[in-house]
Design a protein around this ligand. Structure first.
Ligand SMILES: Nc1ncnc2c1ncn2[C@@H]1O[C@H](COP(=O)(O)OP(=O)(O)OP(=O)(O)O)[C@@H](O)[C@H]1O
Ligand SMILES: [Mg+2]
Length: 600
């Protein structure tokens, strides 16, 4: 019962959403659907009159009656066609509107949810399919119209057949039950098959993708592993085919049984009944064809109803996912209202953090402060928690213990959008957009996209000018060839400079660079850091780098190990302390000293 209720409410939800997407087309579609459901019966009725007249014709007395019926029949035929075309058109418009509406809802949601959401495995699987399954929402709503149409046809046909023989109708209803059950069974088998095979389907898709992806194609050629991949693909496919074969056999048997039952009620019972009435002259030939057609209407609508019902059940699961997603409430943006002023200090106080749903702490008892105008270096091994500190600083996640304070006030008290607007960040996994150079750079302050002078300044600071100056289209050059045949493909380091230019352009008071020199050549790195030092007089910055040379001049260096701060001080202090940092620094330096120099 609970399930039925949930099912009902979720179907209603889809209908409500699609109604909101386009009230006008929804109403139109409903009106046309209902009207069209009655049309076939009117047609059959007129046809019956024509046949009855023709079989009884003795003289031409009633010829006007015949002509009138034929004219009405033809007229009705044209009207039906006309209505169907209009309905088709409405459906087209309606579906487009619903799709755009739902996609918009979802995009909004994606931009709004907490990052923690992406980490939770509960949703991860489903969300990765969300674009695919959002169609279930549109489909569920259009199934609503189909159901209305089938229900009208179903009940009208039953009422009309009852006029022939009420007991027969009762028998049809009883015998429909096994047909119902069998058909539902087949549909269930189909959906179970699909569910069980998601894995195989994904694998098949994965192998196909391996061949279409350019990066994989390097490996395929280099290692000559084409046959290996193809054999894996074929193996998955054979498994799929085997399961499919079993299903098809079972489904055919069930379908055959239900066909036998329906043939029995249709041909044997109905014909016996009709012949009996014909022989007793209770009905005429026209009536006979009429009842057979009405029965067909009944049978088809029953099949459609069953189909819709089981399909709806399947779509329902997906709608629940889409609904849960659309109704998801972000936790983080529900934050304070304070507006950050010109800040003077940001500090971590005994901060503890673990990723949502994870057991172990990634950061433990981290305490440090960054004052206005300071440059802080952050070093540590892979996985020690450096990028995590950046994410916490930006409040992409909330902490599990301790406090992060901006000028002595917990960052949760600040308006999240305005708070984040203080930072310019180069993420470790910066994104390369298939946009123009101008757009790629100005994304960080989109309202100023027309300020060429500032864009060019950012290009200078990130050492891009030498590359860009030879580009004919300058700032309007498309990056990547995804959409423009003459777009520029950049190297890893060039992309990194574009991402840096984006940070410089943003002109924020707090700059965070996570591995800014990972792909930069030594010359570019040197120049960029020099620029950066000049530029950051009144700004604060946090620089994460494995190349210690980038941070030797920092006001303070934080050394992180397994989520804990183990050393903290200037380059000089840390060298004097002769601890972990000093070891790391000497190790890196020694790699640049050749044996020959060592021996000197
Ligand atoms: N979204 C996440 N969910 C769960 N664990 C995560 C997530 N992101 C990172 N981690 C884990 O947190 C730890 C710290 O990761 P983090 O990215 O902060 O390291 P890092 O110091 O920046 O390393 P690197 O030098 O490689 O950039 C790692 O053990 C990592 O596996
Ligand atoms: Mg990192």
């Amino acid at each position: 019962m609970k399930k039925i209720k949930a099912f009902f409410f979720n179907s209603l939800y889809s209908i409500k959403v699609t109604y909101k997407a386009s009230r006008q087309y929804f109403t139109l579609k409903l009106i046309f659907t209902i009207t069209l459901s009655f049309f076939p019966f009117v047609n059959l009725y007129i046809w019956k009159n024509i046949i009855n007249f023709l079989t009884n014709i003795k003289n031409y007395d009633g010829i006007n009656y015949l002509i009138m019926n034929i004219v009405v029949y033809m007229l009705f035929y044209v009207i039906t066609e006309f209505f169907q075309r209009i309905t088709g058109y409405i459906e087209y418009k309606y579906n487009d509107k619903v799709n755009i509406y739902i996609e918009n809802l979802m995009l909004d949601k994606f931009a709004e949810v907490d990052l923690a959401f992406y980490d939770s495995s509960k949703f991860n699987d489903k969300v990765s399919r969300i674009w695919e399954i959002k169609y279930s929402m549109t489909n569920l709503a259009s199934q609503f119209f189909n159901t209305i149409q089938s229900l009208i046809t179903f009940s009208t046909a039953l009422i009309l057949l009852a006029a022939l023989n009420a007991i027969y109708v009762l028998l049809i209803l009883v015998l429909s039950v096994p047909i119902f059950v069998l058909k539902i069974k087949v549909n269930r088998m189909n959906s179970i098959f699909e569910e069980n095979n998601v894995n195989i389907d994904r694998r098949i898709g994965y192998f196909k993708n391996l061949f279409t992806n350019i990066n994989n194609s390097f490996d395929i050629r280099l290692f000559n592993i084409k046959d290996f991949f193809i054999s894996k693909f074929v193996k998955s496919w054979i498994e799929w085919y085997k399961r499919r074969k079993e299903l098809t056999l079972k489904a055919s048997i069930f379908t055959l049984i239900s066909l036998l039952i329906s043939t029995f009620i249709n041909h044997i019972l109905l014909y016996v009944l009709i012949i009996d009435k014909l022989s007793k002259k209770i009905i005429q030939i026209g009536d006979a064809t009429y009842y057979i057609s009405v029965f067909n209407q009944f049978y088809n609508s029953t099949m459609r109803l069953i189909g819709t019902l089981s399909w709806t059940q399947y779509a329902y699961q997906q709608v629940v996912t889409v609904k849960e997603f659309i109704e998801l409430n972000p936790i983080i943006p529900k934050s304070g209202t304070l507006e950050p002023k010109d800040f003077s200090k940001i500090e971590f106080l005994h901060v503890y953090f673990k990723y949502p749903g994870k057991e172990n702490y990634i950061l433990e008892d981290c305490t440090f402060a960054i004052k206005r105008g300071q440059t802080i270096g952050l070093v540590g091994e892979n996985g020690s928690g450096k990028s995590t500190i950046v994410k916490l600083l930006l409040r992409l996640y909330d902490i599990d213990g301790g406090q992060i304070l901006l000028d002595g006030i917990d960052i949760k008290e600040y308006d999240i959008v305005k708070y984040r607007a203080m930072f310019g960040v180069l993420f470790q996994d910066f994104i390369s957009y298939s946009f123009t150079l101008r757009q790629n750079i100005a994304l960080s302050d989109y309202e100023s996209i027309k300020e060429d002078e500032r864009i060019n300044d950012a290009i200078m600071k990130s050492e891009l000018h030498d590359i860009v100056k030879s580009w004919e289209k300058g700032l309007e050059t498309h990056l990547t060839r995804d959409f423009e045949p003459d777009g520029k493909e950049l190297s890893g380091g060039q992309w990194q400079r574009v991402a840096l230019a984006r940070v410089f352009f943003s002109d924020r008071n707090f700059i965070i660079l996570d591995e800014p020199s990972a792909s930069l050549d030594v010359f570019a790195e040197d120049k960029i850091f020099r620029q950066f030092e000049q530029l950051s007089d009144n700004r604060s910055s946090l620089i994460i780098s494995h190349r210690l040379s980038s941070i030797v001049n920092a006001d303070s260096i934080i050394v992180l190990k397994e989520g804990r701060i183990i050393e903290y001080g200037t380059h000089r202090d840390l060298l004097d302390a002769n601890g972990y940092y000093a070891d790391l620094f000497h190790l890196q330096a020694s790699r640049y000293i050749t044996d020959e120099q060592k021996s000197k």
